[in-house]
Ligand binder design. Sequence first.
Ligand code: CP
Length: 329
Amino acid sequence: MNADLGLLSTSSLTLREIEGVLGAALRFKRGEDVSKPLAGKSVALVFFNPSLRTRASMQVGIYELGGNAVVLEPGGTSWTLEHRAGAVMDSDKTEHVAEFVRVIERYCVAIGVRTFAALKNWEEERTDPILNAFAQYASVPIINLESAMHHPCQSLADMLTIREKLGVGRKRVVLTWAWHPKPLPMAVPNSFALAAAQMGHDLVIAHPPGYELDEELIESLGANVEITNDIDAAFADAEVIYAKSWGSKQFYGNTDQDIATRAQYRNKWIVDEEKMSRTNSGVFMHCLPVRRNVIVTDAVIDSPASVVIDEAENRLHVQKAILARLFGG
Ligand code: CP
């Protein structure tokens, strides 16, 4: 990570750099680092989609580092944005990312961007076209606040949470698909799997047939990953259960077919007490927001095994560490 590149995914970070971010985050969390590397500086936060944690934790983190957050919502409180090079803008888009970025970077030292997958065109969206348009035109760091394919701030907070709860070293970490009434993007599972593999954890990815993650992403995880369609086997001896729902690549752009296909997995692909009882005193993690009694039962999310609130808190500390690293803290 450097000021030229920002942070689009953790694939740009070495293990040493990830460890550096986690260490710095812990120093912020413990109050050992009260530096203000953003004093007198502003950071733009561009939200194409809703957010609670990301928006609040970025705003608070920038403030705590001495800076000022400028929140922009294209199509809401700022103009609709076109990202395609060469587009003839005679439809609903008012401004191009080319001008947006070049103007904003005259005011701000970095730009955070949230732009979810539209779940319409897999081959296009898997290339993260909107996030990459920002990176293409920017001369300030771009920080991914969840794109179509990655959510690195979340996955770094997840790694910090695992470190805090279970200590240093390799853990048996299970990323499990869960039933949800409609298909969701893959950014969180992609980034969690990637970061867990980078940290050297024993990673198990459990999902029903047809819900495979991106092949290139899976290849990038290396050999220390097990993929299974058997949710019961996956939970055995797990030290971390990380639940998330995502859509099927094969039904991308066909929501109704995905909904019809996934119906058979309701009640089976849910994190409940029975499954948690077969883990190795496993902790329950989810990025939030989560649908109670759909993804996870009340009994699990309200149990001592649930670390979801600490996980959300860690977004703040990790993002301060990312910003401080970019700006010399
Ligand atoms: N986990 C996460 O990114 O939460 P928000 O969508 O609320 O920002």
